[in-house]
Design a protein around this ligand. Sequence first.
Ligand SMILES: *Cc1c(COP(=O)(O)O)cnc(C)c1O
Length: 398
Amino acid sequence: MSRNKNLTVDLKDFQSASGVPESVIPELNDLIRNSEYFRYMGEHSETAKLEREFAKIVGTKYALALNSCSSAIFISLKCFQIDVCSNVLMPAFTFAAVPSAIVHAGGKPVLVEVGDNYRVDLEDFKSKMDKDIKAVLISHMRGHTSDMKFISELCIERKTPLIEDAAHSLGATLSGKNVGTYGDVGCYSFQSYKLINGGEGGMLVTNDEELYAKAVIMSGAYESSWKKHPFESKYFEKYQNKIPVYNMRMNNVSALLIRTQLDSIQERAKIGRDKVNELTEYLTVSPFIDFPKKLNEEVQAPDSLQFNLVGFSEIEACKLLDKVREEGVSLNIFGLQEGNARAFWNWEFIDNIPSLPKTEKMLKKACDIRVPLNFESKQIKKVAQVILQSIDFVKSNN
Ligand SMILES: *Cc1c(COP(=O)(O)O)cnc(C)c1O
């Protein structure tokens, strides 16, 4: 008898991503035929149109499209003159691309503890926010928003630039304000596993005219290419040829893919919340699972669920992972998976990785599971059954 007889989920189901609606395929075909893929070809490029539309959606004065969110973070740091020996404060729980952007910019990541609720530990943040900190980079990992009111007030008080990595927060709000617009700069991602799938892509948003001009030049606006960007700035001429061009522009094909999905941000965010809630409700019955509280005023736009195991040893947790994966459910624990890019001790490119007991403890019990927007209710139910039964299996075999 096959154990997989009633299986309605498979590991590969967890990798699916949203795409463009069928109705825009003719428009894409036109773009492909006319060969104007480069953003500075033609008059009103798809990339420039996307920037105008995106700024309107998030409510900032300026938006600059780039080839990734990591590039947006890198360029933001460069705008604040992050250079050799500049300390940049960042949460110890995020994706490896974030400390990498700091290192790439020439800075030194200073890691802040993250609590059981996946958010920046405010006490540790405050204690590490000394005069050597040249910028703060807050990453809302897996869309869990840190307390941006507290953080931005402290940054303003200390006159320290604040960059928000909102890669996974498009469609999310905190007190009704879009996540990604609390800092001096916000960075979004359109990599395929984010809310909007552009293959690759990023967006830098800001209300600061001078920062915008610098970022445009650094993105690769050589000669007078800034004239082809949709927002004006009196600073373009000041910086032309004075700061390096890093060539991190977005191309028009990605821009069109992204533009045609902008209308669905709210809808996708709602579907994500519903699906994640559905799975949460099934799992919440287990005494071995803890769901950390959200911030009261937070509305997320999730496509994955995180929860902490309670009363599990590391050996039991590993057994649980093996068991659920055998049943086709792609569950991970950030700190127990070999080489996981979200476990800070794997960021070996950083000098002197500090000891961060709080974050380490969290990472070794925090489960991570994607909930793709196309999951049906019966698949979610099956996923929950597999997890609950596997917990029973591990706990009754001791
Ligand atoms: C995906 C992600 C990034 C990197 O985005 P790219 O567009 O792939 O560079 C950075 N931070 C977080 C929190 C992410 O989820």
